[in-house]
Design a protein around this ligand. Structure first.
Ligand SMILES: [Zn+2]
Length: 323
């Protein structure tokens, strides 16, 4: 079911009302596919049926899926396999945070309004939102460029990620490119930024015959042999390379736009800048034209996290074999 159906875009009051009653909120999230509907066969005993029950002893939500067979009694979190899995925040807090994030509320205001004690928790959730941005842009990236076009590419480190399993890993390398003429973009994650990793990624995402503008990173030096024209820019020295005329107007102007969007002016690490860049591209591509930005973002959350019982099935497989 698509989220984007109501006639008026949701305002904060709607989100507040939605989060006021937990069981109504859970129903709404289930209907919209953001959390799973696990009513059906128990993944452990197979013969019982999972039903939603009140249970204040399990997790933060006071609701849990439980097998009706008393000798089994398997419990499954209502957050299982969803974007909410593994978080200490309440569902209401996450849903409100999402609203604030979509409408670009300042972090200290969000922290105060949601009574989030730890600044780190808020930083994490902002990053989880950007992770959704990154994943969706990557999934939708097609080949750009071609003869007569110019593509600017840059590789950078993206901050820590939540991943589907709820565990966090250190930053990943991201390769991104913008075609000047069409302003189409691609993004892709890399295991490292060696030539062996970078060059195949470029060949996949940039058509042969394109003029590619890169910085002076040596891994790019073989681009000429692969059917591209390469111009380099040393970001630290020149805005415009005096010999080749190569310049970085597109990325520079995009960055100016990013910097005008509430980015702290100093003390921010490069990884954070880069994730802001991903966020900027995402907002331009997926949110700017949306009738309801909040629901549009939830639609992308659903694309990345499809709630399922796979992990529970893996966990209970062993006891089942022993029965
Ligand atoms: Zn069962």
């Amino acid at each position: 079911m698509s989220c984007s159906q109501s006639s008026e875009a949701m305002i904060y009051n709607d989100v507040y009302r939605l989060t006021f009653d937990l069981s109504a909120l859970v129903d709404w999230l289930t209907t919209h596919g953001v959390i799973g509907d696990f009513a059906g066969a128990c993944p452990r005993c197979g013969s019982g049926e999972l039903t939603k029950k009140k249970d204040s002893s399990y997790g933060r939500d006071g609701l849990v899926w439980r097998c009706r067979v008393k000798t089994c009694g398997q419990k499954v979190s209502i957050r299982e396999g969803s974007w909410f899995s593994g978080s200490h925040l309440t569902l209401a807090q996450v849903m409100k945070h999402l609203y604030y994030w979509v409408y670009k509320t300042l972090s200290h205001v969000i922290q105060r309004e949601l009574r989030i004690g730890s600044k780190h928790t808020l930083v994490d959730w902002n990053m989880f939102c950007r992770e959704i941005c990154m994943t969706v842009i990557e999934a939708d990236s097609s080949q750009i460029g071609g003869p007569g076009t110019t593509v600017e590419i840059d590789e950078s480190k993206f901050g820590k990620r939540k991943y589907n399993r709820g565990k966090r890993v250190e930053g990943v390398w991201v390769l991104g490119g913008i075609e000047r003429e069409s302003r189409q973009v691609f993004l892709t994650t890399l295991t490292d930024r060696s030539a062996d990793t970078l060059l195949p990624a470029i060949e996949k995402h940039v058509a042969k015959g394109t003029t590619i503008i890169t910085d002076c990173w040596k891994a790019y030096s073989k681009l000429g042999q692969l059917g591209y024209k390469r111009l380099t820019v040393n970001h630290s020295e020149h805005f415009k390379d005096p010999e080749t005329g190569a310049h970085t107007n597109t990325i520079e102007s995009t960055w100016r736009a990013v910097k005008n969007c509430g980015l702290p002016s100093s003390g921010t690490q490069k990884a954070l800048y880069d994730s802001y860049f991903v966020e900027y591209i995402f907002r331009r591509k997926y949110l700017s034209g949306a009738h309801d930005k909040y629901l549009a973002f939830l639609d992308t959350v659903k694309r990345v996290y499809k709630p399922n019982l796979q992990r529970v099935e893996e966990r209970v497989r062993k006891p089942l074999a022993e029965l």
